[in-house]
Write a protein that binds this ligand. Structure first.
Ligand SMILES: [Zn+2]
Length: 138
């Protein structure tokens, strides 16, 4: 997988100042918000989901689907270059972690049980993304 150096590096103190405690826990400590607790798991608003760490557009509402898992789920990233996938062997499981390619924050995991055509489910924490609603764009 990609070993490229992330473009944005911040100290943990800078991250703590920028993010809410929940965002920091998810984004920097690879935490997971409780299912059905996040801001976007049930959102159907059209728009672009941007990285909470750097503002990079990562996912679009058109790829969002109702997975029933309690987290925002997408069948594909907006741009495959925008995310980096890392093998995660924590919690006695082998999963594929998804991080922002630009700033390196933890976004969630990708699972091979999504709908066609990709067959993928990007299971992303609401705390790691920020929806820019389409109607607010000028
Ligand atoms: Zn980022």
């Amino acid at each position: 997988m990609s070993n490229k150096i992330t473009k944005i590096t911040k100290t943990e103190a800078e991250w703590r100042a920028q993010l809410t405690p929940m965002q920091y826990h998810v984004a920097r400590e690879k935490g997971t918000e409780r299912a059905f607790s996040g801001e976007y798991w049930d959102s159907k608003d059209p728009g672009t989901y941007r990285c909470i760490g750097c503002g990079e557009p990562l996912f679009k509402s058109t790829e969002k689907f109702d997975s029933g898992c309690g987290w925002p789920s997408f069948t594909a990233p907006l741009d495959a270059q925008g995310i980096t996938e890392i093998i995660d062997r924590s919690h006695a499981m082998i999963r594929t972690e998804v991080v922002c390619s630009n700033c390196g924050i933890h976004l969630g995991h990708v699972f091979p049980d999504g709908p066609a055509p990709t067959g993928l489910r990007y299971c992303i924490n609401s705390a790691s993304i920020d929806l820019e609603k389409q109607s607010e764009q000028s």
